[in-house]
Design a protein around this ligand. Structure first.
Ligand SMILES: NC(=O)c1ccc[n+]([C@@H]2O[C@H](COP(=O)([O-])OP(=O)(O)OC[C@H]3O[C@@H](n4cnc5c(N)ncnc54)[C@H](O)[C@@H]3O)[C@@H](O)[C@H]2O)c1
Length: 210
């Protein structure tokens, strides 16, 4: 397949690009930075475009048109930024990603959208912690992709703007599916870690850069 991968230069995107190339796909990779793709640069089936998707005038529609499949991984995915620059998080993670999704709708291309496990928000047990024997018991953190409730925190806790932006994008994709037969897949990673990750964040330990 001809695959357009946006945010391909990131932690997940760079691993995914290597894997998809090894399976014989032709990759067009878009990112602000191609550093993590450097070991793949010689691969003839990889085309890297250094592009900030917020800059107007780039060829989004043309690239989507030329692809069989679009993967969108672009986001601010650093928890420290959700409270520091919440508006930018909303603009990139929702508004800019919406433009990508709508280009896929216009061009009739399937989209694989990276969302987050954070759309589930708080578990019901965490809200009733005093009434539950062990709210940390994993049994309380079992989610169903299609039927679990999403429980987000109050507006003044800006941390939630990340989950809320991702959740709203999921709802818009679902609505395009319903109204216009749009084909999409949503992925909600539960904190992948591994080589090339930028940082590990923990409320107790602070942020560890690796
Ligand atoms: N890593 C995880 O465990 C995890 C968990 C939940 C959700 N996700 C989601 O998966 C996706 C990928 O996550 P990741 O961990 O690889 O993050 P990452 O930050 O490594 O990757 C995001 C990529 O997007 C690029 N990008 C950001 N702004 C851009 C712009 N304006 N123009 C072009 N490129 C831009 C970045 O340069 C980066 O390479 C994100 O949407 C994230 O929200 C990841």
């Amino acid at each position: 397949m001809k695959i357009l991968s946006l945010g391909a230069g990131g932690f997940i995107g760079s691993h995914l690009t290597g894997k998809l190339l090894s399976l014989g796909h032709q990759m067009t990779a878009v990112d602000i930075s191609g550093e993590k793709l450097s070991e793949l640069r010689e691969q003839p089936s990889l085309r890297f475009l250094e592009q900030d998707i917020r800059k107007p005038g780039w060829n989004l529609d043309g690239l989507v048109h030329d692809a069989d499949l679009v993967i969108d991984l672009i986001a601010y995915a650093n928890p420290g930024l959700y409270v520091k620059i919440p508006l930018e998080v909303f603009r990139l993670n929702f508004l800019e990603n919406l433009k990508i999704a709508e280009a896929c709708v216009r061009r009739g291309r399937r989209l694989i959208q990276f969302s987050t496990c954070e759309v589930y928000g708080r578990s019901p047990a965490s809200l009733k912690a005093s009434k539950v024997v062990d709210p940390e018991d994993p049994v309380h953190a079992t989610f169903s992709e299609d039927s679990s409730e999403f429980i987000l925190g109050p507006v003044e806790k800006h941390r939630w703007i990340y989950a809320c932006s991702k959740q709203l994008l999921e709802r818009v994709l679902h609505a395009y599916g319903l109204e216009q037969g749009f084909h999409y897949t949503i992925i909600r990673p539960f904190n992948f870690i591994g080589p090339k990750i930028d940082f590990l964040a923990s409320e107790r330990a602070g942020t560890i850069w690796v």
